[in-house]
Design a protein around this ligand. Structure first.
Ligand SMILES: C[S@@+](CC[C@H](N)C(=O)[O-])C[C@H]1O[C@@H](n2cnc3c(N)ncnc32)[C@H](O)[C@@H]1O
Length: 405
């Protein structure tokens, strides 16, 4: 498969238009028309609520997604990726922007940095698709700092012979250094230095479209390259993603809510960099049920279907064996009286297979009494990660009948 076919991630119509335009630019025909592209083809772009533009993905695993939330593409960058950071503006800052797309997250980071710091900023943007980065050159800039990102993207697309014209006139500020990696982020991370980033923005398509960018093995690379006080931000509230962060050696916390029902996820090697716990039931499900089994990609080279299927099989094998079945959300009823008799029978059938006689048995209470210490604000001792690890340990003891009441 050619590079462009394997990186064909945006919808076919805009992918073809953008590639055809840059073919013409390379062959020296219709110079300057890059500036008119958006006016001619704006129907192919998606206007979001804050006036910034997005684009649609191609169909992947029977789903089409827009690259950004309809509630506001550039607002999403500020709300989900910049606000939760605790940058030390008195020091140089380094950011890894994974799945850089149109460059909005990097642009928001530049805007925030320019407002607050006169030190140095380095951003390493990683994006698999030249055509998607090229779309970043074609959309109107939602904030002035996007012009700086555009300049970096244009330079790299010219270096890689995709674009030829230098139309971006903005000067790169002396204290800002942007590198653009156009390749699979799984390849890039393996080349990066240890202990070098203050922040990682993780912004792939959803986990069913791109499980390879949410795997435990990918996150282990993050653990290597992030600084001890660094923070990773991602929009998803998914259980396997949160569990993968924990297994990779991170503490996890609740991310901001924007354009979705639930908050995203934050991860850091240092629990003090995180403010809020995950919701109680999320902690219980991640710790105890097969829904918390992460995506795996040991060689960082499996395709998404393989990763999804392998996880389905692992979940199947773990259910009633090392994990409580996630069916009917069984684990969230531990420690609870249940009135719905039919549901109770199903829940208790699942629990019995893990040596837990009922939802209010000593065994059940022993596992979830950990949640009695729950506080919304986190600290060193009292946080989602320590509670999840403790509940996991207790479930194992109960299943192996290693506990006498
Ligand atoms: C949700 S969009 C990101 C939007 C982006 N953060 C922005 O500010 O515009 C997901 C992006 O991931 C990119 N992508 C998909 N697979 C990738 C991979 N393996 N490595 C790097 N980027 C990838 C897609 O091309 C797409 O641009």
């Amino acid at each position: 498969m050619s590079y462009e076919d394997s990186a064909r991630v945006i919808s076919d119509d805009i992918f073809d238009l953008v590639n055809e335009y840059f073919d013409r630019e390379r062959s020296g025909r219709n110079n300057e028309s890059r500036l008119n592209f958006f006016d001619t083809y704006n129907d192919y772009f998606v206007l979001t609520d804050d006036g910034s533009y997005s684009i649609k993905s191609k169909e992947i695993n029977h789903k089409v997604e827009t690259l950004h939330t309809s509630s506001g593409a550039i607002s999403e960058s500020f709300e989900k990726f910049i606000k939760p950071m605790k940058f030390d503006y008195d020091s140089d800052i380094a950011i890894l922007d994974i799945c850089a797309g149109l460059g909005y997250n990097s642009s928001a980071a530049i805007a925030d940095f320019m407002k607050n710091s006169d030190k140095n900023l380095r951003i390493d943007m990683v994006e698999i698709s030249k055509a998607t980065l090229a779309c970043g050159l074609l959309v109107p800039s939602p904030i002035p700092e996007h012009d700086i990102t555009k300049k970096a993207i244009e330079d790299e697309l010219i270096t890689q012979d995709y674009a030829t014209l230098s139309l971006e006139k903005t000067e790169m500020p002396e204290n800002i250094n942007i590198n653009v990696f156009i390749e699979d982020a799984r390849q890039t991370v393996q080349k990066l230095d240890d202990n070098s980033y203050d922040a990682i923005f993780l912004d792939p398509f959803s986990q069913n479209m791109a499980p390879e960018l949410f795997s435990l093995d990918f996150f282990k690379q993050f653990r290597r390259v992030i600084k001890d006080d660094g923070i990773i931000a991602t929009y998803t509230s998914s259980a396997p993603v949160r569990q993968a962060f924990i297994e990779a050696g991170f503490y996890i916390g609740l991310g901001p809510i924007f354009g979705r029902m639930q908050g995203g996820s934050l991860a850091s090697p240092n629990p003090l960099m995180l403010d809020y716990s995950l919701p109680k039931n999320d902690e219980i499900r991640i710790a105890l049920s097969d829904v918390g089994i992460p995506f795996r990609d040991p060689g960082l080279n499996n395709d998404s279907d393989y990763i999804l299927e392998a996880r389905t099989e692992e979940r199947h094998n773990a259910r009633h064996n090392t994990k409580i079945s996630s069916a009917v959300k069984t684990p969230i009823f531990l420690g609870q009286e249940m009135e719905d008799e039919k549901l109770k029978r199903r829940v208790e059938r699942n629990l019995a297979k893990m040596n837990i006689p009922s939802t209010t048995s000593k065994e059940a209470n022993y596992i979830v009494e950990v949640e009695n210490d729950y506080t919304e604000k986190t600290d060193l001792k009292n946080n989602s990660t320590t509670r999840i690890l403790e509940m996991k340990k207790r479930l194992k003891k109960v299943k192996n009948e290693k506990i006498k009441f």
